[in-house]
Design a protein around this ligand. Sequence first.
Ligand code: NAD
Length: 259
Amino acid sequence: LPDLKDKVALITGAGSGIGRAAALLLARQGMKVCLVDLKDDRLKQTKQEIESAGGQAMTVEIDISDPNQVEQAFEQTAKTWGRINFVFANAGINGVLAPIEDMKSEDWDRTLSVNLKGTFLCVKHAIPHMKEIGGSIVITSSINGSRTFSGFGMTAYSSSKAGQVAFAKMAALELAQYKIRVNAICPGSIKTNIGENTQPTAELEKIKIPIEYPEGNQPLEHAPGQPEQVANLVAFLASDASNHISGTELFMDGAESLL
Ligand code: NAD
């Protein structure tokens, strides 16, 4: 794995799942990591785990859909560590799952606010810190952004994930002048805590689609992927080993998207 010594990373959703696994790996590879998440004990646990392994970490508790809080997180990181080289815009929610005709407008807005506006805010506030020195930004989208087989009632989630890919491509084009690379990663099913914030509604039963999603749905492993597998891809994209890669969407799904 690449050497990331003395570089600085800001990671959202670092208290759990993919963000946590990425934080642990990047810190192990020598990065100083700012762990961003909602107020939650799991965030402090990630910090302790990194520090007890000899790494360096700080925490910032914010809601990534709040513009002022996101700006503050970037300011605090730059003030503490002196610079920001890598941003992992990863925090996200499944949100409320409902048929379109029953989806409340405020529930739609919340999913889009966290997943898509939160991503926009992270990139926006990264730019002032990266435009002089270049950098890398990775956005966690999903195979659900282009393939919607695995979840009924996930129109808001899938729309936000597709939006993240389009945003990553436009951002890559716009920010190339500053040597800032932007890529979207698209995991398939990964074993994390994302189910905890999923809010299915009773109305989901109304959705009749004549397909069945097969159990053990990943041809390569016949099981969901692990956050640590995604973290390996994140470390590669954070490093100079990927310095010719920008504007891509990278699937990491054990061939699930081919089903
Ligand atoms: P997770 O629930 O384990 O972790 C997500 C983290 O984001 C949590 O710690 C949560 O507190 C944080 N978060 C949620 N809303 C936030 C907010 N408003 N402000 C700050 N932090 C917030 O889930 P995960 O699976 O690790 O999810 C990480 C990303 O991966 C998400 O964007 C998700 O859509 C994406 N993803 C997950 C899967 C999967 O199968 N788990 C598949 C494809 C994509």
